[in-house]
Design a protein. Sequence first.
Length: 483
Amino acid sequence: MSHSRHTCAQVVLLRLCFLTCLLTVTLVVGDEPQGNDNQSNDKWLEPARSRLMHVIGGMPFFPHRANTPGNLVLNAKDFDNAQVCGACHTEIYKQWRTSMMSQAWDEPIYRALLKRASTATEGKVDNFCTGCHTPIGLTTGQINSQVNRSSIEDSAKNHPMPGVDCETCHNISARTGLDNGAYVLSPRANGKPTKFGPRKDAVSPYHDTVYSALHTRSDFCGTCHNVTHPFSSVAVERTYDEWQESAYSFNNVTCQSCHMPGFAGKAAIMGPDREAVASHWFSGANAMMLQHLGQEEGAQRARNMLARAAEIKFEQLPAAIIPGQYTSVAVKVANVGAGHKLPTGFPEGREMWIDFRVLDASGRELYRLGSIKDGKTENDTRNFKVHIGDKDGNPLDVEVWNATQILSDNRILPKGYDIGEFSFLVPADAVGPLTLTAELNYWPFSQKLADYLLGKDKVQVEITQMAKVTQSVPLSPITASRP
Ligand code: HEC
Ligand code: HEC
Ligand code: HEC
Ligand code: HEC
Ligand code: HEC
């Protein structure tokens, strides 16, 4: 499409066309179950596909669900670099800069997987991935397979595009669904740069401001934090749905409550002092990648989030352990701080597990389950993870584009817990007392996956300890009689 000047008649036609599109969108949206209030379990197995898919032009960036006014490709010049916003929004800019979302396009694990996904599907998923990892890149028409398969250095030089930046979130004027990036990006809603935000009284010399209730709610985040396979409909990521079905949503504790807590200060340098300005740290769990990207402070914030998410403890340990015999101990892990499953998100990678050890008083290791072998948690580790599979039921560690089913999912529900048993033999010559330790660990992806995607030992995947419990148990003076 050319961007030449239009005649009067053309402008009228375009406006009509725009109105019709809007009407179609409204009608279709009206017909869709809103707010995900369908409480049946079906959606975990077969989430609804976009109904807009069947409307001509309804999904201009198919298979991604992004929409724009009139569903036209946007003009890159309508978007400012985040640094421009940062000139006035200094605190907010500094915070956002240390987050994963600011690097969603330029981070190596994403780009390595994108390159493989693009090649393996002959470009069918190019729009899909980029609509969430560089929404402006997609909607301004800068994305093609060549860009998606280029190196980070190459694209930074020849096709610089932002990740999830200020302009992405603050130009979202509405949503048309609850997954796969069903946002509407409207940079010049009133013919001028317009920013949608949470305040009714915000006045800026640089841009129009429009109050947006959407920005204060979780369904704003839900557009991107629910990922559905665009062709097989598998629920790849479901962070929003997990929250929506939890006690947090009933008590109005939103994504923003935990991920954008208020700080006292200014939202803009020339703006008023406010008691609670929404912070933009967006701290999550990926300490490993933030550390790798040189975001020391962001990494530490992620570790703090992980530490407040879970508790681990022993359930009713025996008063004494009998040497020469098998002993069982139960370990309880509770999700006390995360408003969604623990862990949530990226299914190929996110894993939490218990590293359980028994030492005797001489320092001898009598038992351990949960160590790392060949870059993975060892077999039978008590881990919490979702496993996706292909049509033949084979587990998929990398090729998520072939996913047609969820094989298993034992992640811990919000405010939920899990109790698991460990059984071990205490040798007759063990020296008492025994020290039992259970560590709860997390990594965003295994060393094996990182090695596979980036090359052997290119990065060292950090194991973050979330919680730990240690207890000493005496040995019983009675030794089990030999059978
Ligand atoms: C020349 C300074 C300046 C620049 C540059 C600037 N803003 Fe603002 N912006 C302000 C001021 C002042 C406010 C009002 C702050 C307040 O009331 O607390 C504001 C408010 C906002 C709000 C809140 C709106 C609401 O209704 O809640 C958003 C969102 C926003 N700006 C986004 C941006 C983005 C995105 C950019 C970059 C494209 C940007 N701003 C660039 C000065 C600026
Ligand atoms: C009650 C507080 C709370 C609420 C509500 C909450 N979160 Fe979280 N979130 C956490 C904590 C704590 C962590 C770190 C532990 C973990 O990974 O779950 C986290 C982690 C995350 C992660 C990183 C997970 C990973 O392993 O990669 C994402 C993404 C995320 N949250 C998004 C959201 C979204 C989107 C919402 C709303 C739908 C939301 N959160 C609601 C507390 C919360
Ligand atoms: C992932 C989406 C996202 C990104 C990226 C983002 N914001 Fe926001 N921003 C929000 C949401 C959501 C709120 C409202 C939070 C609330 O009300 O609890 C908000 C609030 C604001 C406010 C009003 C704060 C207040 O409490 O008065 C300003 C100003 C703002 N953002 C500017 C920016 C700037 C500048 C950037 C880039 C440096 C940015 N935002 C990046 C989602 C985002
Ligand atoms: C336009 C799409 C989009 C929107 C809207 C969005 N996110 Fe994200 N978010 C992403 C992507 C993509 C990533 C992953 C970046 C990466 O790791 O490459 C991400 C990552 C995150 C992380 C870091 C996860 C980690 O592993 O540490 C948190 C926390 C998070 N988002 C919270 C939010 C919250 C809260 C909101 C709503 C206020 C929100 N996001 C809205 C796309 C989005
Ligand atoms: C609907 C939005 C959406 C789409 C579409 C999407 N992603 Fe993501 N992606 C996210 C969010 C949100 C996260 C962060 C979740 C978390 O922290 O666990 C993420 C995380 C990731 C990560 C983990 C990054 C890290 O550093 O740990 C990779 C890799 C990734 N995505 C690759 C892809 C690829 C490849 C595609 C296309 C096949 C794709 N994504 C499509 C939203 C999306």
